[in-house]
Ligand binder design. Sequence first.
Ligand code: UGA
Length: 434
Amino acid sequence: MKVAVVGTGYVGLVTGTCFAETGNTVTCIDIDEKKVESLNNGKITIYEPGLEALFERNIKQNRLHFTTDLKEGIEGAKVIFLALPTPPGEDGSADLKYILKVADDLGPLLKDYAVIVDKSTVPVGTAEKVTAKIKQNAKVDFDVVSNPEFLREGVAVEDFMKPDRVVVGTRSEKAKKIMDMLYAPLVRQGNPVIYMDEKSAELTKYAANSFLATKITFMNEIANMCELLGADVDAVRKGVGTDTRIGKRFLFAGIGYGGSCFPKDVQALAKSAQEVNYDFDILNAVMNVNDKQKTKLIPQIKNYFAGDLKGKTIALWGLSFKPYTDDIREAPALYNIDELVKAGAKVQAYDPEAMENVKGQIGDKIVYCDDQYSALENADALLIATEWPVFRTPDFDRVHSALKNKVIFDGRNLYNPDDMGELGFAYYSIGRTT
Ligand code: UGA
């Protein structure tokens, strides 16, 4: 099948590459000339494990193309994915200007029936708006379908190729048949393609992300209670997670969720609720708790140094919002850097992938180190913000001898508190008494 993908950001590039991998001929379209040039030269523009090999193979086999020309890109395409940014506007609602602009441009360019697919996370009612825009100038029949993505950064290829489910919002039988054909290779194990109306599909995406953000946040509050009551959040997590109604995943307490999706989507759903005069109280609580959770260890760090961080050097392991990504959007590490620098501390950081991005955003506010051990040189304490596997079993003797004060503040619960005590560290983590 011939497929077009408008927007070569994270979602667009993964979608385009993976559909090429299942045999489709895919053209990705983007207005960013530099990006398209780089992609056409076989240089991938995002970091995502496993994607590069697929990307290179499909370019070589002539199934994956890139262009800045919308008309050329959609030529003959049966399915046109819109994978465009929906940044939060000033009031927190999703800004649809990119999607609606492309919808406007698409109308006159359609030559034959096509399925236009909203892949971006968009508020309920967007499929209707996109349909209306295209209709203004279209001379042929078309359908607009909502098909939200559920990819996690870092495991996006796996999530795409073996999805738990595919959600498709359409009431058109013609569009359904085409979507079925496209997704058939990905759901051979029997995972469902769930069809529903467009609005329900749009809401499903927000509901899923907001539910997961709520689940994490609930566990973070339980962790805070554990600290006050002398209980252990790891034990509680296992105790509740084995109830299949609750499930084991997304129950890890830490210094809050970040990224480009949860914070934006929770905020956008709360805003949508407001627009229909509904107080979505849980979401407001989730946002408040998460804001506080991100810098939860700062008072403990200050306390340890008798309230004075002036002139102290803090080693920081991890900058990305989670492992296996260079994405730093809403990363808890950045909020901690702000607080530490404000209090007069110097921060020496190391991250396996995200240092360039942080440098681009905050410049010389912190010192960037070549590896995790150089970050410890002359440091008064270690703070861990991201659970990169390389931090999980470090050479503790090196950590011990490098740190001036043998103290670790662990925002991701990487170590066993008893082990840390035996190794001679003062150890502060989330929801566990030390
Ligand atoms: C999330 C969803 O998991 C995807 O299904 C969805 O498609 C995507 O948003 C999106 O809307 O595009 P992602 O933001 O890549 O994916 O990252 P997650 O792995 O879900 O992690 C989100 C945040 O939750 C991270 O900051 C992570 O550290 C935190 N988290 C996750 C916890 O604090 N505890 C957990 O137990 C799990």
